[in-house]
Design a protein around this ligand. Structure first.
Ligand code: PEP
Length: 248
């Protein structure tokens, strides 16, 4: 059985004081959760959140990592630096990184490799735009996956997030059937590239306009093992309701 994993992506929100308030409110609300819980915070908040969640069931994550060990790479942050803050997960290839910052799949793959090399689990995002949705969504997702995972030998060290670009930051999520179809397809691609056992263990999340009213429906689907949550993770009560989806 795959343990569910629920990840909040804070994006570029919250200052230190707001971060402290959010985390302090969240901790008691999710203390009995049975899923893995991760908060992916902006780099300058790692040192704020790390001591607050120490000894709790919440794990620290970051929102990107460099593909190099170190070097003259202004604005980048290395895996070694993230490890200093006990970061256990890092998002790579979020659609905002691709759309706004021009990140490409091969580079994202190198970031993922660097994370794995340093004992950090990359959360590898894949997803299609609306235009692709109506054209060749599956083959597009397959190309993305194979490029990003090209140098990943052990897929159990990776989490995959299926995030249709048209559902992120929107008003409407994908339907649970649309999300399931693509997550099942991703599992097929993993089976082809690795093996059946690998496809059985890899955790695949859905992300895109998830909230406390719709999350349980996604989690009831066979191939969906968790969620990558944007807006709804910025409010402790709402995020805790998502995390405690089984109580619904
Ligand atoms: C995201 O940015 O990864 C995301 C899923 O955002 P939202 O939940 O706000 O759609």
């Amino acid at each position: 059985m795959r343990k569910p994993i629920i990840v909040g992506n804070w994006k570029m929100y919250k200052n230190s004081e707001e971060a402290r308030k959010l985390v302090e409110e969240l901790i008691p609300l999710v203390k009995d959760a049975t899923s893995d819980i991760v908060v992916c915070v902006p780099f300058p908040l790692l040192h704020v959140v790390q001591p607050l969640i120490k000894g709790t069931n919440i794990t620290l994550g970051a929102q990107n990592v460099s593909w190099e060990d170190e070097g003259a790479l202004t604005g980048e942050v290395s895996a070694k630096m993230l490890k200093d803050f006990d970061v256990k997960y890092v998002i790579v290839g979020h659609s905002e990184r691709k759309r706004v910052f021009g990140e490409k799949c091969r580079e994202i793959g190198m970031r993922a490799v660097q994370a794995v090399k340093n004992g950090i689990t990359p959360i590898v995002c894949v997803g299609e735009t609306l235009e692709r949705r109506n054209r060749d969504a599956k083959s597009y997702i397959k190309i993305q996956l194979l490029e990003v995972l090209e140098d990943i030998e052990d897929i159990s060290k990776v989490v995959i997030a299926y995030e249709p670009v048209w559902a992120i930051n929107g008003i409407k999520p994908a339907t649970k059937e649309q999300a399931e179809e693509m997550c099942a397809f991703i599992r097929e691609v993993i089976k082809e590239k690795y093996c059946e056992e690998a496809a059985d263990v890899v955790r695949i999340q859905y992300g895109g306009s998830v909230n406390s009213s719709n999350f349980a429906d996604f989690m009831a689907m066979d191939s969906i093992d968790g969620g990558l949550i944007g807006r709804a993770c910025l409010d402790a009560k709402e995020f805790s309701k998502i995390i405690n989806y089984q109580d619904k």
